[in-house]
Design a protein around this ligand. Structure first.
Ligand code: ZN
Length: 316
């Protein structure tokens, strides 16, 4: 009986740890075009510093090597190497960022192979593939043949689907802020920071509620972000806010060890991430699977009101 009590105590000790909210971070489209707030090199340095300061030991950078051929891609290889030197890992986000629903399985897999050629053998490489636009071939309608052809192609190449579970929708707010900056508009930078933090926290908390309702447990969440100026400026604020709400930071290696990494949900609703797809396959309506602050009209409204301090639009 004493042993039983001991085991129960051990269980009680370990359970809250396992029940903790955990999140890993990933950044897509690397190397990305420079923003209006800083140079590409400065952005990389600040992002590396932000990750270190926030206790993110290992994030994943999903690369689009075709960007290196663009005029603004110059120096991208050195920036990628800097992320790896800082302890982060790199993975495949296709060569030219095509949409699977547009180009079909064969051309799509060839584009993936081109990116693999660039990545293979490099330090920090992980055999993970993230679908551009999170488009797994069913954007224009149900197309299980295309979806399954690429799934089989990834399996044949030993590439894991680099799924996400938290869509921060960062690129849209970053786009609004960069346009305003380029146009010389006055911005309340504290309000921009707070809005960025609010969107990230809301997306993570939404994903937490969804995963508990769907799986009844808490796999490590995988946040989708991009290599943007906003991340370089405000990521530590977002992670601090997450920690205040009980989140802990995990590595991407840890995240993809979860059994959900081996699933291939039988649904056409795949753009909302892995948990949303599992929920959709189980019959949840897609409208229930999107965080409120993933709506562009709502982000635009909040940006205009709070960051640009424009008077609210009159009610219709
Ligand atoms: Zn992308």
């Amino acid at each position: 009986m004493r042993w039983l009590a001991f085991l129960l105590a051990l269980f009680a000790l370990t359970t809250p740890v396992q029940a903790q909210k955990r999140i890993a971070f990933s950044f897509d489209d690397v190397p990305r075009r420079a923003g209006a707030f800083m140079t590409s090199d400065e952005r990389t340095q600040r992002l590396i510093a932000a990750l270190r300061r926030s206790g993110v030991r290992q994030a994943a950078f999903f690369l689009t090597p075709g960007h290196l051929e663009r005029p603004w891609g110059a120096g991208g290889e050195a920036r990628i190497a800097a992320y790896v030197r800082a302890g982060h890992v790199i993975a495949n986000h296709s060569y030219s960022h095509p949409s699977l629903s547009r180009i079909g399985a064969q051309a799509y897999l060839a584009d993936i192979d081109r990116a693999t050629q660039w990545l293979q053998g490099r330090r920090g490489y992980r055999p993970w593939f993230r679908y551009p636009f999170l488009d797994e071939g069913t954007r224009r309608g149900p197309d299980p043949a295309t979806r399954d052809a690429v799934r089989a192609g990834l399996a044949a190449r030993n590439l894991l689907n680099g799924y996400i579970t938290v869509d921060s929708y960062d690129w849209y707010l970053d786009d609004l802020a960069n346009r305003a900056r380029a146009a010389g508009q006055a911005m309340d930078m504290a309000a921009l920071r707070d809005l960025y933090v609010e969107i990230v926290v809301e997306a993570a908390e939404f994903a937490d509620r969804l995963v508990l309702a769907t799986l009844g447990r808490r796999p490590i969440q995988v946040a989708l972000m991009h290599e943007t100026d906003l991340e370089a400026m405000f990521l530590p604020d977002a992670i601090a806010a997450l920690r205040r709400r009980g989140w802990r930071v995990a590595t991407m290696d840890q995240a993809y060890r979860d059994p959900i990494a081996r699933l291939a949900p039988e649904t056409r609703y795949l753009g909302g991430g892995r948990i949303a797809a599992i929920a959709a396959a189980a019959g949840r309506h897609p409208r229930e699977l999107i965080p409120a602050l993933n709506e562009e009209a709502e982000i635009l409204r909040l940006f205009n009101e709070r960051v640009l301090r424009q008077p609210p639009a009159p009610a219709p």
